[in-house]
Design a protein around this ligand. Sequence first.
Ligand code: NAD
Ligand code: ZN
Length: 378
Amino acid sequence: MKAVTFQGIKDVKVKDVPDPEIRASDDVLVRITSTAICGSDLHLVHGFVPNFHKDYIIGHEPMGVVEEVGPEVRNLKKGDRVVVPFNIACGQCWFCTHELESQCDNSNEHGDAGAYFGYSETYGGYPGGQAELLRVPYGNFTPFKVPENCELEDEKLLFLSDIIPTAYWGVDNAGVKPGDTVIVLGCGPVGLLAQKFALLKGAKRVIAVDYIGYRLNHARTVNKVEVFDFTSIHDPGMHLKEITGGGADVVIDCVGMDGKMTVVEVIESALKLQGGAMGAIVLAAQCVRKGGTVQMVGVYGARYNQFPLGDFFARNITLKMGQAPVIHYIPELYKKIVDGVFDPTDIITHRLPLEQAEYGYSVFDEKEDGCIKVVLKP
Ligand code: NAD
Ligand code: ZN
């Protein structure tokens, strides 16, 4: 089969690789029909995630049609349509039964974290879903079966694999409530969805922050939120604090590690506290109100010296973060899509055959050609 593989920093290639096979009795083999590129994939191709090696298959936002099931799979059969969430989870352990599927205790034999498709040995070592076929473990729990009467096209459902529940969890976990002022750092796919969900939760004011004009424009015109270019002013943190009368109730970091830097620069900037890899966190520390909450959805992959811990401590800030537990959110968010409560498709700017993944990575990474979200079609 064809699959998107990591070859080196900023180097992905579509290669012919062996087809995956059913290995455990509850495995499901899925023929992928749509699969997206995520900001998290950029961290991998920038070399920011450890234990990721050459020829590794990338991708954790796929959906498709069941090709084959193991003998112990109960509710799926060949031909069923499924969304495959990025969390690989057993459904049985303490974490899976306490809405923390991203920390499943059984799926990762390599480390004390959960497991995700295409996200390095650290996160379980499972091949990813930017491929023609994907082996999905724990077929009785991990995949979401699209109801048979559903006529929605892939694009409406695909992001249930990650960024829809991730953005929703970010807002939910931060405790956004009616009347809140919410600052969303980042107007990538995750930030744009988080802005929508903050409004749905009743936030009275949502301020979207980025520096890429066309993305800010999307936030302003499509999500109809206030926008702020953090490079337009010398002290953006102070400005945001002023216009919110002391800071936002909730700040949601939808940025993570900054791909414009090399690994060496990330480490250096972390040591010197010059923004950079931690730019969003430093900004968040400045523009949250006393006693407010900073929710980190953006991914961080290292230990950071000079983390602004004292700033958070002095002002009684609650910090929340982590890999989103997406599985338990999918049914309710599926229903919201079916009911037309929100539309996740406005962020899709590029639809490409799998063979053109290299181009997709390039425009998504460089923020060129108006790119917000790339969907690959194997
Ligand atoms: P993206 O790269 O498309 O978007 C990031 C945006 O942040 C860009 O538009 C960039 O210009 C902007 N930005 C950069 N520095 C900034 C700053 N200091 N302040 C404000 N904006 C800034 O990525 P995405 O697909 O939207 O993903 C966003 C983040 O969410 C990534 O770190 C990704 O890894 C993470 N993510 C986390 C989870 C999870 O489970 N926690 C799941 C999915 C994605
Ligand atoms: Zn993702």
